[in-house]
Each structure stands twice: as C-alpha cells, then as structure tokens.
Design a protein around this ligand. Sequence first.
Ligand code: OOG
Ligand code: NI
Length: 584
Amino acid sequence: MTAPLTDSFADPIDMQNRLFAELSRMFGGEVPLYDKAQLVNQICNKTICALLSQLHIGFSVSDEQLDKASGERHGAIRIGTPSEYRWVARFFGAFGLEPHNYYDMSNVGSRSQPIVATAFRSMLHPEHRVFTSLLMTDYFDPQTRARIESLLATRQVFSERAKELITKNERQGGLDWQDATQLIREGVDRIFRWTGNARDLSLYTDLCDAGFKIAADIACFESHHLNHLTPNTLCIDLYTAAMKFCLGEWTREQFRHRALVVLARLVPFADRDWLRLHFKHLLPAQSQAFRAGCPAEGTIAQLAESLTRRLEQPDLGLHVLDHSGFKDVTEGPSHDTPVLLRQDAYRALTEPVLFRESDGSVVESEHTARFGEIEERFYATTPSGRDLYDRCLAAAEAERDQNPDLDTRDIDAYEAMYAKPFAPFPKTLRELLEQKLVYGHFSVTDKGLAAAAASAEAEMPTDIIALVRLGYVDYEGMRYEDFLPVSAAGIFASNLNQYGTKSTAPTKPTYTQAMFEELIGKRIIDADAVCRAVQAESMKEVFRHLGVLHRLSASERSDLDLAIAANPVSSVAAKARARTAIGV
Ligand code: OOG
Ligand code: NI
C-alpha cells in the first residue's frame, strides 16, 4: 500500500480550529443565550483593546485579529463506557488533541463524583481543549450498575462512517480535507450534539432520586453532548459585570461603577507580560516594540459610558431569554493574582427532553445540565506555586463562608476580602519567576551576548534570576493550559444542582492513572513535566550562549538534564518557538 503524500493531509491544528468553530456555531444555534454571551464578550473585549492601545503605543487589533485571538474554546463531555471513550480519544487524535493530566473526581471529599477524567489538547500552545470524563459504574451498587451498563450497551454514538474515518486517519497518518471535513461533520452533527432525545425515563428518575444525577446525565442520552463550550475573555471581571447587567441582575449605576473600577485597575496590571498572555499569537519582538503609554484624561470614564450604552441596546436585553441567572462569584485566584485560571458562568438552563421509551411511547420531560462558562487564563504554576495557591484558596474560601452574601451586597468589599488571603502571592511575572512559583521561558539578550564577549568568564553569574536582573536574559511566562480539579468538581456540583455523589458499592473503589490509561488505550501526558522541560531547555540554551554552562554545579546541571530527559517529546524548545504571528 502506498501512503499519500503527507502534504495532502489537512493540518491537525487547522482541523482543530475548524472543529471548534463549528461546535461553537452549533452550540449557539441550540442555545440563544450562548450566542448572545459571545457578543457581550466581544463587545467587552473591544473596550479592553481600546484601553490597551493607549497603554501600549503601537498596539492595535482588527476585528478579524480579535476574533482569532478569542476563538479559543474548551468543552466538556461525559462518556459512559471505556469503549466509547477509546473512540473519543482516537477521534481527538485526528485533531492533534492528546490526553493531558489525570483528574480523579471520585476523590475530592464531599464533592466526589463517579468520574475519572483527562483533558485533550495539543501539547504546545494549545488552541482548544476538551475535559473528557468517564463514568465509573463500579462506584454504584450492583443493581444500579447493571441497569446503567445495560442501557449504555445499546447505544451507538459513533457511526460506522466516523469509525472508518478515524481508522483511516491512523492508518495513513492524516486525513485529506475532504475526509477531515466529513469527520468534523460527524462530530458536530452527531457525536457531540445535543438532541433533546433521551431514553428510559424510569432509570433517569430513579438515578436522579437516588442522587446519581451525573449517571442520569450520561446514561440516558444518545450522544456525548457538550455540556459547555467555554470561550476565553480578555477581562473576566468586565464580562461578568456586563452579563449581570444584561441579564437584569444589576442596575445601570452598579454596572458603570464596576466598569470604572475594573478598567482603572487594568492600567497598572495589563503590562507587556499580560499582553503576551492574552494575545498568545503575539510574538515577543512585536510586543517589545510597543512603547508604554498613559491613557488620556477621561478615557476610562468615556469607555465605561460607551460600553454601558452599547449593553443597553435592545439586542442585548438578555433578561427576555430563558435563563437561570449568573453565578454569584468568580472561581479561582483573586483578581490581582495572575496564576492558573479564573472562571465564571451563567447557570445551567432547564431544557425540554423527549424520552422515547422501548414500548414506543414518548414522554415529555426536562433536564438541567448545559451552562455557559467563560474563563481567563494566566501563568502556569510550579508545584510550589500550586501549593501556595491551594493554601491561599482554602483561606479565601473560608473567608467567603464567613461572609456568605457579601458579594451581592458589596462587590468591592467582597473582592478585597477574597484578595487578602492571596497577599502572599506576588503579582508580577518577574516576582513570580524570582520566587519560582511559575514556569518561565528564558532567552539571552543582545546585552547578555555583548557582556559575555567583553567580560571575564568568572564575572558572569550562573543564576538565571541574577542574569535577568542584569538585563542579560529576557523571560516569558508560560500560560496555564489545564484544569483545576476543585473547580471542575464545583462545576459538576453546580450544573447538576448536586454537591457530590456518594459511592454505593459494597466497597468504594479506588482508581489510578495507570488503570485509566489502560481503559482508554492512551498514555496521559504530564503537563507539568512539559513545562519543566521547556523551562530547563531554555535555561540550558541561555547558559550555553553566555559560556557558563560548564560552571554550573554538577547537581544544577543534572537537574536541568533530568527535566529535559523527562520531556514527553524531544526538542520542545524548537517547537515552542514555531508559532505563527497574527500581525498585531
Ligand atoms: C466537567 C467540568 C470541568 C472545567 O472548566 O473545570 C470543566 C464537566 O462538567 O463535565 O470544564
Ligand atoms: Ni469548563
């Protein structure tokens, strides 16, 4: 058999972008509120860009570029059986989406669910991701388990054509655009589509009554319907305020006040590093060419006023649409701590469902699961950064529990209260790197090279932070590209309106990553190991360029080499640089 020329294959990243754009269109067609929320986000993002162009002289973004920068999505799907899961994993494989990190949701205290999961994404500079859960039926008593499994055994989510295309992709090592387009259609029209059709009302009712809503959400439906599809935003605080205003939860005055606060604090916060995080297609050289500017007198008041006017237009009167309100508080770090990610959402909608029973009868009912999340991503933490985050978060949540509705009474006071426990966290990339709380990518500067050529070898420091301070080395943060088990658990809890699901098995099963990998037929990539390797490779390059590699201590050198060797793909650094600019 002769394989077609590789050139004739569609680029998996282009396929990914096409798939997620189509999924987003599908979701918007099904849920009008989702489409409107996109529009609110776009309008808020434009306001932010208007401010950014005054903070960074030379920065400007066309509508098209902004669409590209904000086209990123993450979805969440919940799968019923290992066999279905293997098909899903292979489907994603055709789009260059590989499993990253293991999430054991059966082990998060009172929020536990019968779920283990991983997230599919590209390893470097991911554009999109899907949090993909597997229902673990052995979490339940034998009778419930048998009922769930026998219903699941009779559904066929992947068509024969989809399976053929997936197999063809693996055999050939790619798909041409004709096949790729068909596979995308299979995903959008069938595999991930919400049909509103369900089966076995009595099982559905029994599972819900017994507190197993998650199992009902998975077993009684005919597809792996997306339960949310999350875009990113340039400023989650502005967006959530705008949504609350458009949904009729906030008055004009409340919104305007909030917009002023949020825009004003972006002035010091949205520095060059912030810009690189939020416009991931921007090349370092492009961002370095911008000059620092200062907004003209009255700019912020003007921006807030025109944003308010736009959101007041009838097309954004979202209160007339079916909705269940917006969440009260944003999850994640405080507004001033740029690590990991911050998320918020409009609450899950109650949607009509038709149960088609085995005796041919059709029963009308409803189901609440699909909701509208949004997120803003920041720097990826090292294990010690993550540890600090977990501690700060626990303290902030304890404060929140002490003051249950401060957020609705006084948002400014709430924010100050929530930010206080995060005070130990530095607020700038430079300090975060100095304290080794986040990962960085380092590169030597012209000044560094000149110094290396001019000065005696022994005078050149071998400490990366010392080199940064001297201006010999430049740095970039790495963006956090994964999920947080605690907030994922909160999402299951809030959109199913159920805090956790207790195991009813004779003995509660425990799950391991190795077991899950066996079930899904793929090795899971450790995202942390990739970040550590990228950082180590960049540091080694810097030391080599400055001629000091041999002066590192044996243990420093072996730390770098071990991190690099643990890298799931070789030559990450080379690939890390190969990204496309959007010409901002
Ligand atoms: C999984 C939720 C996980 C997130 O943003 O943490 C997730 C689910 O609800 O199925 O999407
Ligand atoms: Ni999500």
